[in-house]
Design a protein around this ligand. Structure first.
Ligand code: PMP
Length: 422
């Protein structure tokens, strides 16, 4: 944990020290133009400790795990399984075998939909999602609904685009809901659905709950055991780790009952000509050579997260989102998607700027080193609800500063001025 940032209790976050951990910050993206990175919701930057952990694995013990009986393989296996244990401790999970390494959130949710869905869903059963969901938490459910005859139900948002618990409750009236799959934080509006209440009400009514923690985990801890969720999924690359690896948490009883989706090496104990016996958890769901260096990098990312003062980070991110609403909201023609209030919101601002297409906006901002996102952000049903085909998004992380947000506001103002003159 060479460069963890530990602030004293009550102290602010030492942002300059945090920024020094992330190589592209402060660097020029082209001559004379330094980077302002507002695309952490797409993927977060990686601290030096994560980069070093991946490099070390590649350079010093680039061996396969589980199979070899030589020293490099032992080292790789130890680091790989060590990463699983670090994730378990971070999520408050006693038994690391309940954590499956996947390629990311998308694969984790597909695994649950395919395997749990096939086992548990019958014609007429219902799966509940919300209008806020990312395609990764919609399409796998559409697919399995079609296959099993189950029905996909949407929690409609309120007029202000808040999560509506009354609308949620109404979906349970006929007693057919078997699964509630919900995002922990919208990747477009930053809204956090009331997860504790959703989990409590769903389980009370006998439905399983899956939390898509892809966006939320970089900003708040997820106590999966404490919350009592059935499944949770996240991607390493959004929590300062490498791409190519993510995690599915599942309750042991579900994972034991579920069938693997991929067959191959490692997931079997014994193979005969026409049948095979599945391996124990978690191997049953990890066919083939896993993303070894990536998982080890995730372990280093968890170390990094553990080394942070979470209260100081939360205060800093709150200050960022409040500042963003204030200064960006003051730019002429700037419209925030979702509530104007920052209460209960993560550090994500989805927006449109009157008279500009989001793609043009992101190109123009890129000229001044500002990285934002433009498009439908893999949330087409939400955009349909908003009545727009696309939007722009600025997303913040612990390494951003209010001065950077001022720069973004200035750049947006200049673009508005430029377009007016045309
Ligand atoms: N869910 C949410 C809320 C997301 O923001 C994303 C990534 N944008 C995903 C799921 C999918 O993550 P991945 O592409 O890493 O599988």
């Amino acid at each position: 944990m060479a460069d963890a940032v530990v602030s004293g209790v009550g102290a602010g976050l030492d942002v300059e020290r945090v920024r020094a951990d992330f190589p592209p910050l402060g660097e020029e993206v082209r001559p004379g133009v330094s980077l302002r990175y507002f695309d952490s919701a797409a993927t977060a930057l990686k601290p030096r400790s994560v980069i070093e952990a991946v490099r070390e694995c590649m350079a010093e013990y680039p061996a396969n795990v589980h199979r070899g009986l030589h020293v490099l393989s032992e080292r790789a296996t130890e680091a790989f399984e060590g990463a699983r244990m670090k994730v378990a401790a971070y999520l408050g999970v006693d038994d690391p075998a309940q954590l499956i390494f996947t390629r990311g959130t998308t694969e984790a949710i597909n695994l649950v939909a395919r395997s749990w869905g096939k086992l548990s869903l019958r014609p007429g059963d219902a799966i509940v999602v919300s209008e806020l969901e990312h395609h990764a938490n919609l399409v796998p459910w559409q697919m399995i609904a079609r296959e099993t005859g189950a029905e996909l139900r949407y929690v409609e948002l309120t007029e202000e685009l808040e999560y509506d618990l009354d609308a949620f409750d109404r979906l349970f009236d006929d007693g057919r809901v078997r699964m509630v799959a919900t995002t922990g934080m919208s990747n477009v509006t930053g809204i956090r659905p009331p997860i504790e209440e959703i989990v409590r009400r769903s389980r009370e009514r006998g439905a399983r709950v899956l939390i898509d923690a892809a966006q939320s985990l970089a900003h708040e801890r997820l106590d999966v055991a404490g919350l009592g969720v059935d499944f949770a999924a996240f991607s390493a690359h959004k929590v300062f780790g490498p791409t190519g690896v993510g995690v599915l948490y599942g309750r042991r009883e579900h994972l034991e009952a579920m069938e693997p989706v991929l067959g191959g090496g490692n997931m079997v104990l014994r193979v005969e000509r026409h049948r095979a016996v599945w391996n124990e958890l978690p191997d049953k769901f990890e066919a083939g050579t896993p993303p070894i260096a990536e998982a080890i990098g995730l372990g280093a990312a968890v170390d990094y997260l553990e080394g942070l003062d979470h209260q100081a980070v939360a205060r800093h991110e709150r200050a960022l989102i409040e500042h963003a609403h204030q200064v960006l909201g003051a730019v002429e023609g700037f419209r925030i998607l979702g509530p104007r209030s920052t209460a209960g919101k993560g550090p994500i601002v989805g927006f449109t700027l009157d008279g500009t297409h989001p793609h043009d906006l992101s190109h123009l901002l890129d000229r001044s080193g500002v990285a934002i996102r433009a498009g439908h952000h893999c949330a087409m049903p939400l955009h349909a609800r908003l009545g727009i085909p696309a939007s722009a998004r600025a997303s913040f992380a612990l390494y951003n500063t209010t001065e950077e947000i001022d720069h973004l506001a200035g750049a947006l103002g200049s673009i508005k001025g430029l377009l007016r003159r045309r």
